[in-house]
Design a protein around this ligand. Structure first.
Ligand code: DP6
Length: 328
């Protein structure tokens, strides 16, 4: 029996940052990752999304931050929800990020995670967190992780249909408090988004096979370090995965250079701080922002140092946050 659409539902999902990175797809149509990944969900960066399905509307409409955007990419995703619910109603989607959109702060992660939850609830669907993770993955790979809070592992999976490509929590946010300082070095949307950057990567980087082959070892080492609450090893593996990812990006034809001068200066500032005795490590996604990972008691000091780096426009401090949840 078809699910019955109910009144609009608002959900909040937090952004996440990968410690062991995802890059590359084993199936582009289903958005299946070529490698697993491990991330932390951030309490300080989130998306609130309201979805309502309406019988009379002719097409989907999507607003982000109060501005109407092209609904086409979201229609594809909303169709997945409509198919599950057996409804044809068009949706009205309104979404707000509390951080700059599309600039390497994982707005697709929090955005598709919030859309998956609010959309399913508004369509009257009862879905498990695992089902939501599988659904969110089809919007954006990293979104599968934002369904959960704390420290999260995304499985690459083996199944052709992607039934085993979902995320699972490794630790809850309160199990091991960690701090993150985001150094914003550019407020503009990035020039090559992740999906475009990953397209046909296997043919375009000589390093791709090695990246995929080593991923299970990197994930296992990180899992062990997390289980042992070994911060130095978690930090060292985080920097290693970040630099390896950027090596892969740089080696893609044409080379993808996401860093600016302030990105590089921030990396050096973090290493100098570490050499002076503060345990802090960096990571960077497909954008110019730098995220410093440290213990919560060190975030103020790290933020002060990064704020002084030439070209750093702003800093944000965050702890670990919860999984996606309804706000109504
Ligand atoms: C560098 O999840 O944005 O942030 O699946 O194509 O939407 P799509 O890509 P996306 O890629 C994230 C890449 C990354 C690393 C990571 O978050 O694991």
């Amino acid at each position: 029996m078809a699910a019955a659409p109910i009144s609009p539902v608002t959900a909040r999902a937090h952004s996440n940052i990968a410690l062991i990175k995802y890059w590359g797809k084993r199936d582009a149509a289903l958005n299946l990752p070529a490698v697993g990944s491990i991330s932390i969900t951030l309490d300080g960066l989130y998306t609130d999304t309201r979805v309502g399905f309406h019988a009379g509307a002719e097409r989907d409409s999507v607003d982000i931050g109060g501005r109407k955007v092209d609904a086409a990419p979201f229609t594809k995703f909303l169709d997945l929800i409509r198919a599950r619910a057996g409804i044809a109603h068009r949706a009205r989607v309104e979404s707000w990020n509390n951080f700059p959109t599309g600039a390497g702060l994982a707005s697709s992660a929090s955005g598709y995670s919030a859309l998956a939850l609010a959309g399913c609830r508004a369509a009257g669907l009862e879905t498990s967190a695992r089902d939501l993770s599988i659904l969110a993955r089809q919007g954006s790979g990293s979104a599968a992780r934002s369904i959960f809070g704390g420290i999260v592992e995304m499985h690459r999976g083996q199944a052709e249909g992607g039934e085993d490509a979902y995320a699972e929590p490794l630790l809850n946010a309160e199990d091991w408090p960690l701090g993150v300082v985001v150094a914003i070095t550019d407020r503009n949307a990035k020039s090559v988004n992740s999906t475009a950057g990953m397209a046909a990567l296997d043919e375009r980087s000589d390093y791709y096979d090695a990246w995929v082959a080593r991923a299970p070892d990197d994930l296992a080492s990180m899992r062990d370090a997390i289980a042992a609450r070994d911060f130095e090893t978690v930090g060292a593996l985080t920097e290693m995965s970040c630099l390896k990812l950027h090596g892969l990006m740089l080696s893609t034809r044409p080379g993808l250079i996401y860093w600016n001068a302030a990105t590089v200066a921030s990396m050096h500032a973090i290493r100098a701080l570490r050499a002076a005795g503060t345990p802090v490590y960096f990571t960077i996604d497909a954008g110019p922002q730098v995220k410093a990972i440290c213990a919560p008691e060190h975030t103020a000091e790290v933020a002060a140092v990064l704020a002084d780096v030439p070209g750093v426009l702003d800093t944000r401090i965050s702890g670990l946050g919860p999984g996606a949840h309804p706000l109504d």
